[in-house]
Design a protein around this ligand. Structure first.
Ligand SMILES: [Zn+2]
Ligand SMILES: [Zn+2]
Length: 335
């Protein structure tokens, strides 16, 4: 089995365990491919998370520490890769990458530079959106509401802004893996009232969010999602099925059914699997549910995974694993 997106407590302020402990669990669960993808540092003080404030006395020190920590991650990840390269009893292949955010252009340009400077180490990136209008949407409910408020409490505009940021990141970075495609749904309250026509959210009138499908409700939103998927298809990128939504209590992983159907139609059905683990307990978390989603709900013919090319060739290729082989992988004896 595979995961194309992971973190640890060593290099992520909201991670739980040391990277070595995470890796022990990966080996224990007999993963086929596991990608290490810590965040590229955010280099502007306005994007420092409250949990990162302990990293220094002022924002300059915090940012310098985030940068140092990322460098340490790159050497640590290389050590791990080397450690298991000549251990034939361990089948896990490790691939080193990074997760890039779409906070703003400064971050995106910085990320591009880091990727280029360290292209011998960082083989790919997971391209993600964690902010709408510069405000985090996956940190807590309050920030999510702040972000919606910054778009005048209009859900349609909020979604359009999300997909616009994603598009800007996609066109500049062309990430091989696109992270948690519909992260906006994490704190989207089911009982929030929305005007179906305009997308305006009200306290007393409208329909509840759970009675509509945010992607297909508004043609502009639908078109923006399709545009993004078609762009990803144009350079051969893949969409991750990310189980962190399941461990956080949502009914579907990222992305949900409607978007997955669009990935089948517009993006070559190129799905890869990710646990987005931040600690030992999250390695392979909810993979049994993801398997049912992949096999029974989406009825995929294959699942993709990244593989490093053999020298003298360099870089990564996207491989397709037929679903019959996916379901018979020895990994599933863990469940
Ligand atoms: Zn993320
Ligand atoms: Zn992540």
């Amino acid at each position: 089995m595979h995961s194309h997106h992971s973190h640890s407590g060593d290099y992520s302020a909201h991670g739980a365990d040391p990277l070595n402990a995470v890796i022990d669990q990966v080996i224990n669960l007999n993963f086929h491919t596991y990608c290490l993808t810590e965040h590229i540092p955010r280099i502007e003080s306005k994007f420092i998370y409250p949990e990162e404030l302990a990293l220094g006395d002022d924002s300059a020190e915090i940012i310098a520490n985030l940068e140092t920590s990322f460098k340490k991650f790159m050497s640590h990840a290389q050590e791990i890769k080397a450690r298991y390269a000549d251990r034939p009893e361990v089948r896990t292949k490790f691939i080193i990458g990074t997760e890039i955010e779409s906070c703003n252009m400064v971050h995106i340009e910085y990320a591009k530079r880091v990727m280029m400077e360290h292209r011998n180490v960082l083989k790919f990136c997971v391209g993600s959106v964690h902010h709408v209008n510069g405000i985090p949407i996956d940190f807590d409910q309050e920030q999510w509401y702040n972000s919606l408020r910054s778009l005048n409490d209009n859900l349609k505009d909020f979604l359009l802004s999300y997909f616009q940021s994603q598009y800007e990141m996609l066109t500049r970075i062309k990430p091989l893996v696109v992270g948690h495609f519909d992260l906006f749904k994490l704190f989207l309250p089911n009982d929030m009232l929305v005007d179906r026509e305009t997308g305006q959210c009200y306290k007393e009138t409208g329909v509840t969010v759970d009675s509509l499908d945010p992607i297909s409700e508004w043609p502009e939103v639908y078109d923006a999602a399709v545009r993004n998927l078609q762009f990803i298809d144009s350079y051969g990128g893949a969409i991750e099925i990310n189980t962190s939504a399941l461990r956080k209590g949502l009914e579907e992983p990222y992305p949900g059914r409607t978007l997955c159907d669009l990935v089948k139609k517009h993006c070559g059905s190129r799905f890869v699997l990710s646990d987005d683990a931040h600690g030992v307990a999250q390695v392979g978390v909810c993979y049994d549910k993801a398997k049912r989603y992949i096999v029974d709900v989406l009825q995929l013919e294959y699942i993709c995974y990244l593989e490093e090319c053999q020298p003298p060739q360099t870089g990564l290729s996207i491989q397709k694993l037929p679903i019959s082989q996916f379901v018979s992988d020895p990994f599933w004896t863990n469940f």
